[in-house]
Design a protein. Sequence first.
Length: 113
Amino acid sequence: QVQLVESGGGLVQAGGSLRLSCAAPGSISSINAMGWYRQAPGKQRETVAIITSGGNTNYIDSVKGRFTISKDNAKNTLYLQMNSLKPEDTAVYYCNFVPLRAWGQGTQVTVSS
């Protein structure tokens, strides 16, 4: 079973930046698509951003212009650059494949006002 390991979360003030990383144990170059997802307290998990094998990206409206998803096939790593963070971005962030597979532990992002 593929184990994805998320890292890079932390506590940051509003307006700050973080870069999340997601390490896959094997090659991701042939993976159809991968994404970042988040779950805030008391809310359902939502899709934040998706990147296809061809590099096409999609974002939820609330993060457009602030977040950037990217991947490094040579390092088998998925990234999420998050700028201009807002308190409403506070959540546990997860990476996963499309379609979904087993969830990792995620990484906590907390944005203080």
